[in-house]
Design a protein around this ligand. Structure first.
Ligand SMILES: Cc1ncc(COP(=O)(O)O)c(C=O)c1O
Length: 355
């Protein structure tokens, strides 16, 4: 055991498991590093964060998280440049977002200093798990769960905040054809679609499986009231290129305020691309297919950065997007990854140095 200046308790793993891992063949989110961060909330306050060997949790079967889904999470990546420098991309956004999610799920907010000091200490300890090279990264998963035992349907008094780390390779979303939702919804007005809360994801699995049975890979979520407006692309934000104008819908209480989305918007503005942030009707896509103005559809998110959508299904009809040169999707992906991997100037101040 040792303690740092910040009084974090650090308990190192006796041996590393890194030698057992094939970094050339990683299945996303299935391998975890040697350490994890744990911090418990009790009696109205957060205790001292503790870094310990990655291990299973002792937790009561009656813990509220299992029954009422009080659980929030985040997803970001650490990147290693060719000189061995380790970087995060806009982690302040993830920090603010997990606390916004916690507030909505009636959970305590996590202190900023614990988040950043904890994250840096953990990444430093497991830095060998971050491989250099474009596409390689260490996926960082902060999350918080209600650990309070007892199945009373009310907010818990005890919580556990944790950070676990999983090495990842380039995420290729594959050939994506999407079904535009006509019946199911992901989120509703006044709900918690904007929160990265566990239940938002469980609720997508069933409609997504039905869409897969029809030959699609994902669902484009539409508004719950009319199903006439685009909202999100699976677990990504959605972008449309109409002519040379880039469209995306505004964030709201139904939509996750994606870090990649806001970065794409800033890059588009920087490149002088015309951007419209406004509600987008499904009928505009159909019209755009007819008059050939619909040039691209893509999702944005931490995992894939930008994931082009090749086609979509709506009201029993299939639509295939044209293949074009100089697509925005590739342009945005290249600019973002160059910043993330410290290969380009960071004029926006998005990179956060860990090591
Ligand atoms: C529902 C949803 N929308 C959008 C995103 C994209 O957000 P970000 O760019 O911050 O990863 C995510 C992934 O985090 C998500 O889960």
């Amino acid at each position: 055991m040792e303690t740092t200046l910040k009084n974090f308790v650090i308990e190192k793993a006796a041996t590393s498991r890194i030698g057992e891992v094939n970094f050339e063949n990683l299945s996303f989110g299935s391998v975890f590093t040697d350490h994890m961060l744990v911090c418990d909330y009790k009696d109205g306050q957060w205790g001292t964060p503790h870094i310990m060997p990655y291990q299973e949790l002792p937790i009561a079967p009656s813990a509220r998280v299992f029954h009422y889904g009080q659980a929030v999470f985040e997803g970001m990546k650490a990147y290693k440049d060719d000189e061995g420098g380790v970087w995060l991309f806009r982690p302040d956004e993830n920090f603010k977002r997990i606390n916004r999610s916690s507030v909505r799920m009636e959970m305590p907010e996590f202190p900023e200093e614990y988040f950043f000091e904890g994250l840096k200490t953990l990444l430093k300890l497991d830095q060998e798990w971050i491989k250099p090279g474009l596409g390689n990264s260490l996926y960082v998963r902060p999350f918080c769960i209600a650990t309070h035992a007892g199945i009373l349907a009310s907010p818990a008094d005890e919580y556990r905040f944790m950070i676990i780390l999983s090495p990842a390779q380039a995420y290729y979303g594959g050939e994506v054809r999407v079904k535009i939702a006509e019946k199911f919804s992901r989120a509703a007005d006044g709900g918690f679609g904007y929160a990265k809360a566990a239940g938002n994801y469980a609720g997508q699995f069933y409609p997504t499986r039905l869409a897969k049975e029809e030959g699609f890979q994902q669902v484009i979520w539409t508004d719950a009231n009319t199903h006439e407006y685009l909202e999100e692309a699976g677990t990504m934000n959605i972008f449309v290129r109409m002519g040379d104008t880039l469209l995306t819908c505004p964030v709201s209480d139904r939509i996750l305020d994606g870090v990649t989305r806001k970065s794409v918007l800033a890059i588009a503005e920087d490149e002088g691309i015309e951007v419209e942030v406004r509600p987008i009707k499904v009928s505009e896509l159909i019209e755009g297919m007819k008059n050939k103005q619909l040039k691209e559809l893509f999702g944005s998110g931490t995992a894939a950065v930008i994931n082009p959508i090749l086609g979509f299904g709506y009201k029993g009809q299939q639509y295939e997007l044209p293949k074009i040169d100089d697509d925005y999707a590739t342009r945005f992906k290249e600019r973002l990854t160059a910043i993330q991997y410290n290969k380009a100037e960071d004029k926006f101040g998005w990179r956060y140095k860990v090591l």
